[in-house]
Design a binder for this molecule. Structure first.
Ligand code: LLP
Length: 419
């Protein structure tokens, strides 16, 4: 469910015509619906009602301050993977004790920042990281709260680039080594072992891999208990998929059901790290048609958004529905929707049946709220686009469009080349 809908032939976000926003802020821009974000957060978080849990919104899916702030206001925490994400989470008002930190390559700066902040839990992903954290925590005169992120070796059956829970992936610690590592962690003076975590992949459309990895984690938790290591938090990561085209991911209730069943009465606090399921269908990318051209092979609509704004089609061949903001009804045509970037891989859709549009008209690239703006770059010296949030009948620019000056901020021509 989302709040992007047509009234007559015109696309609205909640109560605001999308075309009106385009007129005021220009194109391209990302557009988020406040009501949809709220609804998705509560559908997810509410599904775990009755179980002691914390929903740590995954900032990598969408780290705009207004989005993260909304999650914080609704009672969510944050799942972060860098010092930059920690900075954003804090700026948005997420309480330190609601922040969990994953990632295979945490730097000393990252670890020091998080230690100084006093976050809830470090999800440690290697023995060396564990030793480093112990050392740095000692220097801070504190004990770092840790979980070990294990790799449960479960096939999430998703795109190989976003599958993370298989032995061949770089993430987590091999289950076979986990027990020994926990014993080591428990013996380190500046660590406090409090959790067990995993994250097996993203855009999962079936609950069974989640349940399989939970069962493996619970097995390990029992073995740890036998060794006198007791865990308070079990972090199951994120990964619940959404509908882009014709996928039927489980509803949060159906995802939560079997998890709640297996955790009932165990006294563990569940941590979840959802990203896409909250933000994916709460955002669109609005772009303007620049040109239509045809070769003997194909028709192309050239638009003003490109792979630097939304890289998912180029990188994963992902499908995003594309529809006119105002439906004129000229019929349909098979075409490629492409951006201005100098790469053949710069496309938003390929060989797609789309409604015929003319230059100057607007297109909405749907389901772009997750891994859209956060993966944007300045390739071809294109300023990153504006982000806008609608709440009911008003819209708010939550990130300004970058200027040309922003593009060169921090760059210097050395003196020896000075004019
Ligand atoms: N927790 C950890 C440790 C993660 O690595 C991820 C995503 C999440 C949580 C959130 O997963 P979600 O609930 O959003 O599935 N750029 C790709 C997705 C990469 C996901 C990386 N990790 C895409 O555009 O599909």
């Amino acid at each position: 469910m989302h709040h992007f809908h047509y009234i007559s032939k015109e696309l609205y976000c909640e109560d605001v015509p999308v075309a009106k926003i385009a007129q005021e802020v220009g194109t391209p821009f990302y557009l988020y619906s406040h009501a949809t974000l709220m609804q998705h957060f509560h559908a997810f978080d509410g599904a775990f009602q009755g179980l002691d849990h914390l929903t740590c919104f995954s900032l990598k899916s969408n780290s705009n301050l207004a989005v993260v702030r909304l999650m914080a206001l609704e009672g969510g925490g944050a799942d972060i993977v860098s010092g930059g994400e920690l900075y954003r989470a804090l700026k948005a008002g997420v309480g330190p004790k609601r922040i969990v930190f994953s990632g295979v390559g945490k730097t000393d700066d990252d670890l020091n920042f998080a230690l100084a902040t006093g976050i809830l839990m470090f999800n440690v992903e290697s023995e060396q990281e564990m030793e480093r954290l112990d050392h740095l925590a000692g220097r801070h005169g504190t004990r770092a709260p840790v979980s070990i992120r294990v790799n449960p070796d479960v096939d999430p059956k998703t795109h190989p680039y976003i599958s993370t829970g298989l032995l061949e992936n770089k993430f987590g610690i091999d289950m076979a080594q986990a027990l020994d590592l926990y014993k080591r962690a428990a013996g380190l003076p500046n660590l406090e072992v409090i959790g067990l975590s995993c994250h097996i992949g993203s855009q999962l459309t079936d609950v069974s891999p989640f349940v399989a990895s939970l069962e493996r984690l619970l097995d390990l938790e029992e073995r740890l208990r036998e060794q006198g290591i007791s865990i308070k938090y079990l972090d199951l990561g994120g990964g619940l998929g959404i509908t882009y085209q014709n996928e039927w991911p489980p509803h949060p209730e159906d995802y939560a059901g079997p998890i709640k069943e297996r955790l009932a009465g165990r006294g563990l606090i569940l941590i979840l790290e959802p990203g896409r399921v909250i933000t994916g269908n709460a955002g669109i990318l609005v772009t303007k048609v620049l040109y239509r051209k045809a070769s003997r092979a194909k028709t192309f609509f050239v638009v003003d958004a490109a792979m630097n704004d939304l890289i998912r089609p180029s990188l994963y061949n992902s499908y995003h529905a594309i529809q006119p903001v105002v439906r004129v009804g000229r019929g349909r045509i098979k075409a490629d929707i492409v951006g201005p970037i100098c790469e053949s891989g710069d496309f938003l859709a390929k060989d797609r049946e789309v409604e015929i549009v003319e230059p100057g008209e607007l297109l909405a690239v749907m389901s772009a709220g997750a891994y859209g703006f956060t993966m944007a770059s300045n390739y071809n010296s294109r300023p990153r686009v504006a982000e806008v949030m609608v709440k009911e009948d008003r819209f708010y620019v939550v990130r300004e469009r970058e200027s040309f000056e922003d593009l060169i901020r921090g760059e210097h021509i050395p003196d020896f080349m000075a004019a």
